[in-house]
Design a protein. Structure first.
Length: 401
């Protein structure tokens, strides 16, 4: 679970670079600094995990904020909804410690000048805010140890202006040459592995569903036309798993794969995702590249196995004309075929730049035509027709946790 979360920070790097101008590995550096401060303070493992992952996900609401506000640069962000959305999202995650206010108040200041005009808030929020501010202001990945004195002076100058005095004192306490070296691009992944205890879980545990829901929500907020795409594919996958009498573990694996299948679209430019006209050859190549990004990112997570494969085969076709690997029917197992059908069903029935939302009865002829042409599995299409008819023009509910 921890390696999946750290992999997902790649998405935040891209989002923050595109929308707010942050540098690569910003989220990991903020999380690493917070973990160092937490360890120095004597946090137990559960407290350290909560602080680390809230720091890692401190800007998780950027896609959602951009969806409703359309950013025009970092200085134009309204910090209040940005923090509110972010706090709500991380509360889906299964922490063993109360994280109330950790992200909500990471832009709050003890002088009362933050977005909520409060003077008292969780110390963890202050630590996240201090680490975030210092990296944004100084791009710590590029500061060498011989510039340490100048950096420490900048940190000291922030006391009384941002976050809390205590947070910046903690930051000064751990800011030395070794810390700076540990934040460099070539060292940051080793650093976070050394600083944080493992966050392990069983596949049938509800924590996997909670993390999958969190990931799906961030992906879907990339564009107004995919606002419910990943979430609904995951919900439909869980529902179909029930129809096929899958065990809870099997349904959870399918749900997680569905939640991850379009993670690579985070790297797709918005102007391509929302283009109302037919894509040209280069734009279509860019769209297809999202599967490659998904494959490469998920390859970094140990133990995903078939979850990884199912997520990356949702655009393959039985006749070998799909992408990216042009696999044929003998190479595609049942769950790969199932996710491909569900993905097409959801894309056809939901509103897109080039077509309005469609009912179930309007959607199914398109899938039957694809099945007749040998592109997708006809038996699965018939099953979808039977099961999904009752939910025409309606969202499927989340699985019960």
């Amino acid at each position: 679970m921890d390696s999946l979360c750290i992999m997902f920070s790649k998405a935040f790097d891209i989002i923050e670079a595109e929308l707010a101008g942050a540098s690569e590995y910003h989220s990991l550096r903020v999380a690493a600094l917070c973990a160092k401060m937490g360890k120095k303070t004597g946090y137990d493992d559960d407290s350290l995990l909560a602080l680390f992952f809230c720091a890692l996900f401190h800007d998780n609401a950027l896609t959602e904020y951009n969806l409703t506000h359309r950013l025009g640069g970092y200085k134009k962000i309204d910090l209040k909804p940005h923090c509110e959305y972010g706090q709500r999202n991380v509360e889906w995650l299964p922490f063993k410690k109360n994280i109330d206010g950790y992200i909500l108040h990471h832009h709050s200041c003890e002088n009362g000048k933050g977005p909520f005009k409060v003077r008292e808030f969780p110390h963890e929020a202050a630590l996240i805010g201090a680490a975030d501010m210092i990296d944004v202001m100084n791009n710590l990945r590029r500061i060498s140890p011989n510039e340490l004195g100048k950096l420490r002076n900048k940190i000291a100058a922030c006391i009384g202006k941002f976050s809390t005095k205590s947070a910046f004192e903690k930051l000064l306490d751990i800011m030395d040459g070794e810390t700076l070296e540990s934040l460099r691009d070539e060292n940051i992944h080793i650093t976070v592995r050394q600083l944080t205890p493992p966050w392990k879980t069983q596949m049938e545990d509800e924590s996997v569903l909670r993390l999958a829901r969190f990931i799906a929500h961030i992906i879907d907020c990339k564009s107004k036309f995919t606002r419910k795409h990943t979430e609904q594919i995951a919900n439909r996958a869980w529902f179909m798993g029930g129809y096929y009498n899958y065990t809870r573990e099997e349904k959870t694996k399918l749900y997680l794969s569905a939640a991850l299948h379009d993670i690579g679209k985070i790297a797709t430019p918005l102007q391509v995702l929302e283009k109302p006209d037919k894509l040209d050859k280069e734009e279509y190549r860019i769209i297809m590249d999202h599967v490659r990004h998904t494959h490469d990112w998920l390859s970094e997570v140990e133990g995903l196995g078939e979850i990884h494969r199912w997520a990356c085969e949702h655009h393959e076709k039985l006749d070998g004309t799909g992408y990216p690997l042009k696999k044929s029917d003998v190479e595609l197992d049942f769950n790969s075929r199932l996710l491909a059908c569900i993905d097409i069903y959801q894309a056809v029935c939901e509103e897109r730049p080039y077509h309005p939302a469609r009912s179930h009865d309007e959607t199914m002829p398109i899938l039957y035509d694809m099945a007749e042409k040998g592109f997708i599995d006809r038996k699965i299409v018939k099953d979808l027709d039977e099961v999904m008819a009752a939910y025409s023009m309606r969202d499927l509910p989340l699985p019960s946790l």
